[in-house]
Design a protein around this ligand. Structure first.
Ligand code: HEC
Length: 152
């Protein structure tokens, strides 16, 4: 146990030394990775709704459950001040986020609520997925329109 921990600590230290100054802060990487997980799972549900992916209750449920799981991650630690697109390279987070944190959280929670609707629908067959998908997509768009800068 102790040996394993020591080895892990040594590996961590090595990575830290090797990191370059222009590397993105871990909070930015984490939130971008979190959005990628959301997009991947939404893509699975979208593929099922379009008929491009064959419906399978377990696959659909796992995708919906993953969206709900992500929605339960507290977003606050990922939105560190000074990590907006005006301050650092490699992010599309608009500075407006930090002037409207209550609204950002409300939009995050709206995504979470929509994900729960999908969680209840996903096992009910492919027809049930379409409407729930539209609702989730609307919550992604609402936040992107307000707080995500266009791709440069
Ligand atoms: C509460 C606001 C909010 C919600 C809700 C939201 N997004 Fe985003 N999203 C952002 C912001 C802000 C960024 C830019 C993050 C950055 O670059 O630091 C982003 C970035 C992304 C990215 C790019 C990640 C990368 O690798 O740079 C993807 C993909 C994405 N969102 C997908 C989604 C999907 C799919 C949903 C809905 C299921 C969603 N987002 C819901 C605010 C939101």
């Amino acid at each position: 146990m102790y040996k394993t921990f020591a080895a892990l600590a040594a590996a961590t230290a090595l990575t830290a030394t090797a990191a370059f100054a222009q590397d993105l802060p871990k909070e930015v990487k984490a939130r971008q990775g979190q959005f990628q997980i959301m997009a991947i799972n939404l893509g699975i549900l979208g593929g099922i709704a379009k008929g491009a992916i064959e419906y399978d209750a377990a696959t659909a449920q796992a995708a919906a459950d993953s969206l709900v799981g992500i929605s339960m991650v507290n977003p606050a630690p990922l939105w560190v001040e000074g990590t907006d697109e005006m301050s650092i390279e490699g992010t599309r987070a608009k500075a407006e986020i930090w002037d409207n944190l209550d609204d950002v959280v409300a939009k995050w929670n709206a995504f979470g609520e929509a994900a729960k609707v999908m969680q209840a629908a996903a096992g009910e067959g492919p027809e049930a997925i379409g409407p729930a998908l539209g609702t989730i997509g609307g919550t992604c768009k609402a936040c992107h329109d307000a707080y995500r800068a266009p791709q440069s």
